[in-house]
Design a protein around this ligand. Sequence first.
Ligand code: MN
Length: 296
Amino acid sequence: MLDRIFVTMSDAGYFLGLRALMNSVYIYYGRSIPVVVMDVGLTKDQVDEITKHPTFGGIIPCKLCETREQAWQIKQSCFVFSSEIARIVCWIDSDSVLTDRIDEAFEAAEQGYVVVPRWVEKDEALLIDPSGATTGEIVFSEKWAQYGKSLVGKKIDWFVSSIVCLDVSASWDLVAAWAFTSKFALYARADSPLPFVGLGDEAHLVGCVAALGKEVLYLSGAEWADAHFNGPFFINKKTSDGKLFVQGRRGKQQKVLHDIAGFKWWQRPMNECFRPPVGQKWEIFEHFLNFSTTGR
Ligand SMILES: [Mn+2]
């Protein structure tokens, strides 16, 4: 049984993202926090490569994943699978990289918190929608009653599921509920007798967290999630061991970079795919992709 792990998921198409992520974990954590990979369609060569990676923590074979909806479903079971491997588990999307150590997330998970980034910071929510309709909060409507009647009318800050850290023992109910709701998701089966609303895995996690009244530690939406803000990000410093010091959109050190654009950063041509201003965001991903762990 391991103490702390990262868990992620990749198919052949996400492999460059996976490699960059594993390299970034190695740069900030060495071999101390292994990366466990849910394999949803990697090639044999890709499996061979990650098996030799210094952060490799194991492979969880999953069924092949062909649609976005299947990916959401499989992701929602990540903590169920991981609970046989470690107690403190940090899910991270394979279209993300660490740009710093994230010890505070692991430490808070050890205290029993479900650790997630806010979708946006409160003042930023107003900035992206001057009408004020987007506040970064959700008030659960009647349609969320399937999660529990007490949820209706309740309000919480929305959070993102690109990085989620928790204790699978302390949060066993959430681990189970998130996996369970995927089976009856409206996105998967509209005729379900258990119609759990939610566009994807993230909304299901929000609903389950709220329904179960879990204690959440919110990380800053600025340094931990850049989902709706593509930058700008700048490399302030680079060290010989591969560490970057990345300045994020609020001038603070960025902890995690995530790429949610329709085309991923490893797809070409980049400049046609992304909205400015990103600063050096794509250079940062490429830095981690190209870092060599051979002989380390
Ligand atoms: Mn993602």
